[in-house]
Design a protein around this ligand. Sequence first.
Ligand SMILES: Nc1ncnc2c1ncn2[C@@H]1O[C@H](COP(=O)(O)OP(=O)(O)OP(=O)(O)O)[C@@H](O)[C@H]1O
Ligand SMILES: [Mg+2]
Length: 1049
Amino acid sequence: MQWRKHSAELADQCEAGDADVQVQFGKKEEGHRQALRTLRSLEDRCNRILRNMEASLTARDRVGIQDFVLLDPYTSESAFLDNLRKRFHENLIYTYIGTLLVSVNPYKDLGIYSKKQMDTYMGVNFFELPPHIYALADNVFRTMLSEFNNHFILISGESGSGKTEASKKILQFYAVSCPSTRLLNNVGDRLLLSNPVLEAFGNAKTLKNDNSSRFGKYMDIQFDYRGEAVGGHILSYLLEKSRVVHQNHGERNFHIFYQLVEGGEEDLLRWLGLERNCKNYRYLVQGDCAKVSSINDKGDWKTVRKALSVIDFSESDTEHLFAIIASVLHLGNLKFEADARGYATVKNYQELHWVSKLLGISNQVLQQGLTHRKIEAKTEEVLSPFSVEHAVYARDALAKAIYGRTFNWLVNKINESLANQDSSRKMVIGLLDIYGFEVFSVNSFEQFCINYCNEKLQQLFIQLTLKSEQEEYELEGIEDEECLRPGEATDLTFLEKMEEKIGGHPHFVTHKLADKNTRKTLERGDFRLLHYAGEVTYCVVGFLDKNNDLLYRSGKEVMQHSKNAIIKHCFPSSEPDSKKRPETVVTQFKSSLVGLTEILMSKEPWYVRCIKPNEAKQPAKFDDVLVRHQIKYLGLMEHLRVRRAGFAYRRRYEIFLQRYKALCPDTWPNWKGTPEEGVRCLIKHLGYKTDEYKFGRTKIFIRHPRTLFATEDAFQVCKHQLATRIQAKYKGWRVKEDYLRQKEAATKIENCWRGLMARKERERRAWAVKVIKKFIKGFMTRNQPACIDNSEYLAYVRQNYLTRLKENLPKTVLEMDSWLTPPPILKEVSELLQNIYIRYLVRQFVREITPQRKAQLLLKAQTSSLFKGKKESYPFSVCRPFVDTRIALEDINLKVRQTIQHEHIKYSVPVVKYDRNGFRPRLRQLIFTQEAAYLVEETKIKQRIDYSSLKGVSVSNLSDNFFILHVTCDDIKQKGDLVLQCDYLYEALTKLSVVGDKHSCVKVVQGSVRFDIQPGREGFVEFKSGQESMVYRAKNGHLMVESTRTKSR
Ligand SMILES: Nc1ncnc2c1ncn2[C@@H]1O[C@H](COP(=O)(O)OP(=O)(O)OP(=O)(O)O)[C@@H](O)[C@H]1O
Ligand SMILES: [Mg+2]
């Protein structure tokens, strides 16, 4: 088996450090391996691992390890860096530290974010496949589903390290992999589409990143219990508003300005009073790089327009939005000049006009607002004119305020479109894409805020992961609202105040407070903080101003006159009435971070740390110094230390027990005692070694990930077995239910069927009774004339008789006796039918008779007319067929033949002739010709009897075969009558009667026959019946012929 071979190889290559591999293939895990073999799904999975495991096992030296937890000198920054570099050069940009994902920006398309990749990572154990952002996303999602709680993924790193890209990849993964419904697609689409809009308004090209997010973003994705995305919410932090009015060299303003000018439709630009040339706008050209090759403003414009329509922006919303963007550009071009008194007046009214048109504020009001400020003097308000410098400051402040507030409005608007309609309990995955710790050569207010934010998040991380070290990482209390107030304060007085307030803190140092050596590294206006990630020196110049973000009241009031719906919404009229000073930037930021901390505290944390490999934004370039720096500021070594030192995994007893209780027979299916006891019992059963875990008050702590992985894998195996059992039970139950239902149905059907059959039977019987009654009545009245009572019976009798008759007709006329006896009513009919039938049979018979047979029958009929009822032996002759002759022609002597031939021989037969005198018998031939009968003895014709002289023929009535031919005898010389005996008496005599036409001369006599011996001399033949046939001469000289009596038929 191929797989087995691979797994064996793998096991050999597997070394002690490879925790994830060891769990799956370790030699000790024999039972586990057994289970793996038996489960095909796991086999597939292993194949996948083999394919995908970046050959990390066969070439570990080259591609490094995929989890830093397995790094050997885990405290060595160099080893860490080496591993990261090795992997980076193999295009392996992801590496784990436990469940934390380190991602190095490849600056090229690696082709690892396809749908196929997503499928590969979906539902797979975290450590089974090579590290990937999808693995993390999937793990978070599944943990959320199984534990039913909230999570957040903190993505941090320097500008350009790939945070935003990472957050987009996670979002795409969820949009593709979550169970899909119409709603999801809607929310998913909106979440995805909100990105280009937010990026257009909140991202800009900086020196570090062509698409740098200039705001912090926290995005909530809400899921229901099935894991369907049902809503979203975005929080934005600290938009870098100053960029609206000022950009460093090589940087740009927010993308949206360039997109509008480059991509905006002609009509739109005309309506906005804009020209298609960025160079014409002061706010767009300070960085001197309006066009950047990596940015396609025109194409992005289209994407943004499309996205706006999908996320519920109405036509008028979009119009107003673009009007604001354009008005900011016009505002930027507004110039002032000093009048005679040195007060500022607007120089180019054209621009003023456009701003007033686009924001729907009257020229006059706008102009006044831009050149004067209101001062409250006791009871009245006085307008105080600006100097030109002041006016420019106020203008820029207004532009920043407009843009900043519009950005907030935009985020809120997107939130409305993402809002979840259903109020039932949701689970949440938060995505925090926030600026990483920043250290430049000169660090200002922005870095201060950003690093403060990172400090907060680090604190949170500490709180969430390693409480024992919490104190060590306590945040320095830095800000003091008092000293941030404007007024007489300057940046330097602010520094002094700080020294006064927190000067004693060990993590805070200024030029004044520093010792001699440190002082050399600090300017007068600098202060230095020791952050969790190291020291940072800040320059206080501009701190107060940036913090105040002052917008003169008059400017606000002017905006309240706006007819632009968005501006109106952003500058509510209630605001300037409050005499209180507006909250400073830091105060706002701080409170929003407190809010964020609260949000995050209630969730399970996951981390993605992004690293930028080089400053040149180039692929395949790994700058050791730069990366080492980031490893430090991202706190990766620390994280690794925590992972290795502490416990890799902790879970509340009830959660742990709930998940793994199936692995121990005592805890499955239900544990009766406390969860802690249950867990104790469970891990005892699993054979955990004592140093591998610890029991907390509410949680179990597991030191090594591999211990957990082994448990988890065992659970995966066990889960299948449990599922099979549950499935079997369920199937059994369902089949039984089905069976019972079918049985019930069968009984019902059977009952109905039986009922139906019984009713039919009853009907049939009732019908039968009626029929039988009628039959009997008919029978009883059968002899009466036809009436209602007997008509049917008679019809039946008729039909019955006729049917029977049809089946029993006699085959021949001779069997007519078998004709069925008819019932009385059919007597006449029967007779008629019989006659018809006889005629029919006769006709049939006659039709079949051949001419030969006809001739024969005619002869037989002749015989019949001669002898029937007269001679005793006649009946026996009927069945003996006649033949044409009894002596063949050639048997007649030739001479005789020649003599009589001319007369045509018709018939010849052998006979015995009795002498007339002595009655001696002599054998002779009797031949009939046309003319006469001849008696022939061999060659001699003994006697010729002309038919005309044949007087008659006599035969007895008995069964002898004698006959006497009587001839006319006039001449004495003539021979007398002939006494002959012939075996074929009937045939011969019939022939004679026909040939000689002697029908009437054949006589049947009784007793004796007289014959002429010769004329005048007579003889007698006497016939009688006796015991036996005999012929003899009696004493009286008569010829006695005795014949046996034949029984008549
Ligand atoms: N996984 C990746 N694959 C390919 N290219 C990437 C990846 N991640 C980042 N990049 C490239 O790096 C650029 C910068 O990434 P991104 O905008 O995500 O950085 P960032 O960390 O959000 O920076 P900032 O803090 O400035 O917003 C992207 O525009 C892209 O070109
Ligand atoms: Mg970004």
